[in-house]
Design a protein around this ligand. Structure first.
Ligand SMILES: [Zn+2]
Length: 237
C-alpha cells in the first residue's frame, strides 16, 4: 500500500511538472519573440536613419542669379539607371550643337524625348541664362563613354553639358558652368582635382571648344576661385 501510495503521489505530480515546464517554455518563447520584435524595430530605425542621411541631390535652386530648373527624366526611361553611387567627380562636356536655339531648355526637351529608349543621360545642361537639371545627382548616367567602369565618369561623375548654340553667349555659359561646378564640388565635399573633362574618361575631344581654344586650365582656375569664394562665404555665415 505504501508503495502504491508513493506511486500514486508521483503520478499526481507528473502533470504539474509538465505544466510548469510548458509554462517556462512559453515564457521563454514569448521573451524570444519580444527580443526578435525589438531587434527588427532597431534595424528598421537604423535603416530609415541611414536612408535619410544619404545625400541624394544637392537640390540647387540657383547658382548666383541663374535659375536651376529641375525636370527629372521618368524613372521608366532607358536613360535612368536607377543605380546609386558615390559622387567622385564633376564631368564637363559641351553639347557640340551650334544650331540657333539649342539652349539648355531645348536639350532638356531633347533628353526627355530621346532618353525614353536610349542609354543617353547627363545631370545638368547650362546655357547663358539658365540651367536644367535632368537627373538626381547620386544616380549613374551615360555621358562619359566609359560604360560602368569602377571609379569612372559614368559610374561616379555628375555630367554637366555646356551649350554652344550660335545665338548664345558662350562666355556667359562658361561663367555659369564655372559657378555650378564649384557649387557641386562644395556640396559633395570634393576638391578641384575632382573637376574632370569628358576627355579624361574616354579620350573624346569634349568639351571641344574649350579644349580646341586651349582654355581648359583657365576654366579650371575659375572653378577653383569660385570654390574658394563659396567656402569663405560659408564660414562667414
Ligand atoms: Zn562629352
Amino acid at each position: 500500500m505504501k508503495i502504491v501510495g508513493f506511486s500514486v503521489k508521483r503520478n499526481d505530480d507528473m502533470p504539474g511538472t509538465r505544466r510548469r515546464r510548458r509554462r517556462n517554455l512559453r515564457i521563454l518563447l514569448v521573451l524570444a519573440v519580444l527580443m526578435l520584435i525589438l531587434a527588427t524595430i532597431g534595424m528598421l530605425i537604423h535603416l530609415i536613419v541611414g536612408i535619410f542621411s544619404i545625400k541624394e541631390d544637392a537640390n540647387i535652386q540657383y547658382v548666383g542669379d541663374i535659375p536651376v530648373y529641375e525636370d527629372f527624366l521618368p524613372e521608366t526611361s532607358m536613360a535612368r539607371t536607377g543605380d546609386k553611387r558615390k559622387i567622385l567627380y564633376v564631368v564637363i562636356h559641351e553639347t557640340d550643337n551650334v544650331n540657333e536655339g539649342a539652349d539648355a531648355e531645348a536639350h532638356n526637351n531633347f533628353i526627355h524625348s530621346n532618353g525614353v529608349d536610349h542609354e543617353l543621360s547627363w545631370h545638368y545642361t547650362v546655357d547663358d541664362h539658365e540651367i536644367w537639371h535632368h537627373l538626381p545627382d547620386d544616380e549613374t548616367a551615360f555621358h562619359a563613354g566609359d560604360h560602368m567602369e569602377a571609379n569612372g565618369g559614368n559610374k561616379n561623375g555628375i555630367g554637366v553639358e555646356m551649350c554652344v548654340n550660335s545665338d548664345g553667349d558662350y562666355e556667359k555659359t562658361l561663367e555659369n558652368a564655372e559657378l555650378l561646378a564649384a557649387t557641386l564640388l562644395l556640396e559633395y565635399d570634393l576638391d578641384i582635382d575632382a573637376l574632370k573633362k569628358h576627355q579624361d574618361f574616354s579620350g573624346k575631344n569634349c568639351p571641344s571648344q574649350l579644349l580646341d581654344s586651349g582654355r581648359w586650365d583657365e576654366f579650371a582656375q575659375k572653378v577653383e576661385e569660385n570654390l574658394e569664394d563659396l567656402k569663405s562665404q560659408q564660414t562667414k555665415k
